[in-house]
Each structure stands twice: as C-alpha cells, then as structure tokens.
Design a protein around this ligand. Structure first.
Ligand SMILES: [Zn+2]
Length: 195
C-alpha cells in the first residue's frame, strides 16, 4: 500500500470570537481515493441522534454498536471484568470544547492537543461507533480489563483505533475502541481508505 502526500496547505478556522488559528491540513491519495486530514486526524460524519441508544453511564452509541457493546460488556462481566463506558457519541460542538477550550485551559498548542484529542469534525466519536472505557490513563493498558479486550473485543467487532506507534502519530489510547461490524460502520470509519 503506497501513501503519498500531494499537497500540504493551511486554512483558517475560527476558534473563538477573538482568535483565529491556522490549522494545517493535508490531502493524501491512495489509488482513486483521497483523504483530507487535519493534524493527522480524518473527518467523520456526525450520526443522526435518532440512531443513538444508551449504553450506560449516560453514554450513547449508534444502535448497532450499542447492541455489540452491551453484548461484549455482558461477556466481560461473566469473566469478572467490568467495562464502564466513559464517552460514546460526541457532537462536533462537544468536540470543539474538548479541542480548543481544553487546549487553552492546559496551555497546549493545537499540535500538542491533536496528539491526544481530535479537532471537531475529525473524531470517531461523531459516528457513534467509538467508545472510551474504564480509564483515560495510559496505565489502563496494564489492567486485566485491557488484556480481556485485546483477547475478546474482536469477537464483537471492536478494535483499538490508536495502537502504540500508530501511523497517525496519535498517542496510544488503550481505552478507545471502535465497532467495525457492518458495511455502513466500515464505510463511516474509512476502513477502505476512502472518504
Ligand atoms: Zn475516544
């Protein structure tokens, strides 16, 4: 599979009433397909809220992913593992806060922020197919729950989106799992490399 950058450019996004920031974006071509990334994150469509179903702890997922997650949670429970949903579906507005406002609060540059969070419009959480579980700390990787997920999540069509040393150069996120169990889900998550 050969990937190459065609163009590297920048455009302006209004981060707040007072501040304009430049966000680098790049267009990557793979055969017939093109991917436009921002800080190495790819764009994702926001699912209609009419498709969302609760998965516990106040979190929602796309109904198909929700069913798979609840099945997986039950299987984990039988093995003595608790899977607690921390964050499922997120809107662009919620992501806007998490990206720009949290960056401001923490004194992070947008490049630094993008290592741990996607810009609005560029989060898998918009699709309702991705969920963060148990702990947003890298030490989650050394828990029994993570080992259980590594061994069993594939049986429920969940996979880890940001592995260690991933090509997107996004921090390792052992808590972030996305459901790839239908044709629609695979299209929404760009499994075919196309946007
Ligand atoms: Zn996540």
């Amino acid at each position: 599979m050969s990937w190459f950058f065609i163009i590297l450019t920048g455009f302006y996004v209004e981060a707040s009433d007072r501040q304009l920031v430049t966000l680098p974006s790049s267009v990557v071509s793979q055969g017939q397909c093109k991917q436009v990334s921002k800080y190495n994150h790819y764009p994702y469509e926001e699912v209609s809220t009419s498709f969302l179903k609760p998965v516990g702890n106040g979190q929602m997922l796309h109904q198909d992913a929700a069913k798979a997650f609840l099945d997986m949670r039950q299987a984990a429970q039988i093995d003595g593992i608790n899977l607690t949903p921390l964050s499922g579906f997120r809107s662009r507005n919620q992501q806007k806060y998490l990206f720009y406002e949290v960056a401001k609060q923490r004194g992070q540059t947008l490049e630094q922020r993008a290592k741990v969070s996607a810009p609005p419009g560029y989060s898998q959480h918009h699709t309702g197919l991705a969920i963060d579980v148990n702990s947003l700390d890298p030490s989650f990787a050394s828990t029994k729950a993570f080992t259980w997920l590594q061994n069993n999540a594939k049986n429920f069509n969940f996979s880890l989106s940001f592995k260690e040393n991933n090509s997107q150069d996004v921090s390792f996120e052992p808590w972030h799992w996305a459901w790839h169990g239908s044709e629609d889900a695979r299209l929404a998550l760009h499994d075919d490399g196309c946007i």
